[in-house]
Design a protein around this ligand. Structure first.
Ligand SMILES: *[C@@H]1O[C@H](CO)[C@@H](O)[C@H](O)[C@H]1NC(C)=O
Ligand SMILES: *[C@@H]1O[C@H](CO)[C@@H](O)[C@H](O)[C@H]1NC(C)=O
Ligand SMILES: *[C@@H]1O[C@H](CO)[C@@H](O)[C@H](O)[C@H]1NC(C)=O
Ligand SMILES: *[C@@H]1O[C@H](CO)[C@@H](O)[C@H](O)[C@H]1NC(C)=O
Ligand SMILES: *[C@@H]1O[C@H](CO)[C@@H](O)[C@H](O)[C@H]1NC(C)=O
Ligand SMILES: *[C@@H]1O[C@H](CO)[C@@H](O)[C@H](O)[C@H]1NC(C)=O
Ligand SMILES: *[C@@H]1O[C@H](CO)[C@@H](O)[C@H](O)[C@H]1NC(C)=O
Ligand SMILES: *[C@@H]1O[C@H](CO)[C@@H](O)[C@H](O)[C@H]1NC(C)=O
Length: 565
């Protein structure tokens, strides 16, 4: 071996033609076998004698590795120490180095030696190692809003060359700005392997929205695709910044309601205990943010406040208005008044807001509040007012009864159909309902009793002139009125005399009868005279006389047939 080395140096000393090719670089994987090619062109020099591998040693002569004589299978290992057991030659003269380490990163040179020339091929060997998958270590438990906090450390173990680490929030890369984001990178070389562990420490100033952010770190390395760490989420803590007092009830609040107050405070973690300031009274609640006021009154109207127990400076407040409605109606219940009196109706209301009022009488709508300056029977009834404000409705009512002594308004008579009878009518007003009595018997007919009015009818057949009395009465008094009713027969007679046309006819009738009687007497006389004369003369004429007689009898008949009135 030594001999060969000497021989080699002897060649160099002989200053043979030396051809050096350009330097090439290959990359090997850490732990694998490095294969350093000798002559990439593959063209061996003519009359080639031997192949030799050596490597550069800084500031020193190159180190020998191995030699192979041409046309011989045997390879002579010249290396000592570090490479002694690790080098061999490939069938294409390449150098094989097993179990690559970073120390193998040097320049290896293959020499092809012929009788007259030496060709050298140098190869720079790099040994790369991919880092382990990224991990986030020393994670913080929670981030604090607005405060620069160490989030964690991302580690890329044992790489060559050193790996790069990049931090991301969601999809945005985080870069050190020296203020809100500080990233500290530390490279640590393993003293035995020479591999580098990269660690990157992220300090980050969180905002509240970062509770929804995911943090990842990635590793970039020449040997492979980007590796991404498992995503990490953090809670962001922050103190209470706003406190709001809310009323849970929907709609307006009225007397008698239960009102639930809710003290809404933000912050992470949220406060769990609160002080409620209820118009001068302070109440503390634990593990809840609500407080219920029961059965509120108009006195409960006012300002309410609340704050977290440990933070009196944060205050939420709310003005609460409790609506109320007082209604009084005078008169009330059942009242009895005399007709034509006055009645004052007074409705008083006291409410927290504008009220709506509506009136009804016997369930029928009235346009306005009733006013009674002079009571009428028709004013009797049940009056109700409905008053409402902000969801409160109150009803008040009274029953009015108008009373009065009965009075006969009208007493009248009328001939019935076909003049067979007479109808008397007695119209009275009064309340309670008056009873009607007549001084004679007859067929009664009574109208319905409405608004204090009643009409009584009686049908009579008077045979003589009568004075008929109508008497009406109730518990308050009575009234009577009389009417003269002439007999139907008398009236008939009075009528016959009173008609002039009828008297003339009768006179004609009488004259007719008298004339008729005279004529009859004359006829009898003439017949007797003719009879006497006939006995003396024998012939005579009677035509005219006979005609006259038939005319007379006709008229007589007419008169007899005239109908009586
Ligand atoms: C070198 O050896 C490998 C197997 O180790 C073989 O596949 C290849 O053909 C050989 N090359 C030459 C040039 O002999
Ligand atoms: C991050 O993404 C989540 C959904 O994946 C989204 O809800 C959140 O708002 C994002 N955060 C930021 C700060 O963009
Ligand atoms: C790592 O970072 C350095 C400096 O920013 C850059 O030059 C290099 O290309 C990066 N390496 C990879 C693999 O991204
Ligand atoms: C108010 O709450 C009390 C119990 O605290 C209950 O008895 C009452 O019925 C409630 N009133 C209303 C109007 O809900
Ligand atoms: C309201 O308070 C007054 C005294 O301040 C009291 O006289 C009155 O009865 C209270 N009203 C109600 C409805 O509680
Ligand atoms: C209405 O009610 C309020 C509150 O109870 C009271 O202060 C006021 O005197 C009342 N007004 C009338 C006219 O009753
Ligand atoms: C009415 O008739 C009754 C019997 O029906 C009789 O007793 C009474 O006297 C009569 N009254 C008058 C006023 O005619
Ligand atoms: C009946 O009254 C009429 C007047 O209405 C009178 O003319 C007549 O004489 C009276 N008859 C009797 C019998 O009184």
């Amino acid at each position: 071996m030594l001999k060969t080395g000497c021989l080699f140096r002897a060649f160099l000393a002989a200053a043979l033609l030396l051809e050096a090719s350009s330097l090439q670089t290959i990359t090997a994987l850490y732990g694998d076998t490095i294969k350093v090619p000798c002559n990439p062109g593959g063209v061996k020099p003519a009359s080639h004698m031997f192949t030799k591998w050596k490597y550069d040693i800084p500031d020193s002569a190159p180190g020998d590795l191995l030699v192979k004589q041409a046309h011989m299978d045997e390879v002579t290992i010249q290396a000592t120490g570090f490479y002694k057991d690790r080098v061999s030659m490939g069938n294409d003269s390449s150098l094989l180095i097993s179990r690559a380490t970073l120390e193998d990163q040097k320049t290896f040179t293959c020499m092809e030696v012929g009788p007259a020339d030496i060709k050298e091929y140098s190869t720079n060997v790099l040994v790369y190692k991919k880092p382990s998958a990224p991990q986030i270590k020393d994670k913080v438990k929670e981030l604090e809003n607005g405060k620069l906090t160490a989030v964690g450390e991302c580690v890329a173990l044992n790489a060559n060359p050193p790996a790069n680490i990049t931090w991301f929030k969601n999809d945005t890369q985080l870069t050190d700005d020296g203020k809100l984001i500080v990233i500290t990178v530390l490279l640590k070389k393993d003293p035995t392997t020479g591999l580098t562990t990269t660690s990157s420490k992220l300090q980050y100033t969180a905002v509240k929205q970062d509770v929804y952010s995911t943090f990842t770190c990635t590793i970039q390395h020449p040997l492979g695709p980007v590796q991404v760490s498992a995503p990490e989420k953090f809670t962001v803590i922050y103190p209470t910044e706003t406190v709001d007092l809310q009323v849970v009830n929907k709609g307006s609040i009225k007397e008698g309601d239960n009102v639930t107050l809710k003290c809404k405070a933000d912050g992470n973690p949220r406060p769990t205990s609160f002080n409620f300031h209820l118009k001068g009274k302070k109440v503390t609640v634990d593990n809840t943010d609500t407080y219920a006021l029961t059965d509120v009154t108009r006195n409960s109207t006012g300002e309410y406040k609340c704050s977290p127990v440990n933070n009196d400076k944060m205050v939420g407040s709310k003005n609460i208005v409790v609506h109320y409605l007082d209604v009084s109606l005078n008169p009330s219940g059942k009242i009895i008044k005399n007709v034509e009196e006055a009645l004052e109706v007074q409705m008083q209301k006291n409410a927290s807001a504008d009220v709506k009022v509506s009136w009804t009488k016997d369930n029928e709508k009235l346009g306005k509040q009733p006013v009674f300056t002079q009571l009428k029977y028709s004013d009797s009834g049940v009056y109700e007012c409905e008053v409402s404000v902000e969801g409160i409705t109150k009803k008040r009512s009274f029953q009015l009864v108008v009373e009065g002594k009965p009075v006969i308004k009208k007493l009248d008579k009328k001939r019935g159909d076909e003049g067979k009878h007479k109808v008397l009518m007695c119209e009275a007003e009064g309340s309670p309902k008056p009873t009607v009595q007549w001084s004679i018997n007859g067929t009664y007919e009574e109208s319905p009793y409405i608004n204090g009015k009643i009409t009584h009818k009686i049908t009579v057949l008077p045979r003589e002139n009568l004075t008929v009395t109508c008497m009406v009465s109730n518990k308050l008094g009575a009234d009577t009125k009389e009417i003269l009713v002439s007999s139907l027969f008398e009236e008939e007679r009075g009528k016959q005399k009173g008609t002039p046309g009828e008297g003339e006819d009768q006179a004609k009738l009488i004259v007719g009868i008298v004339v008729g009687l005279i004529l009859a007497a004359m006829i009898v006389g003439i017949i007797y005279w003719i009879y006497q004369k006939k006995s003396k003369q024998g012939s005579w004429k009677t035509g005219e006389k006979e005609r006259g007689t038939s005319e007379e009898s006709k008229k007589l008949e007419e008169n007899n047939h005239k109908p009586e009135v």
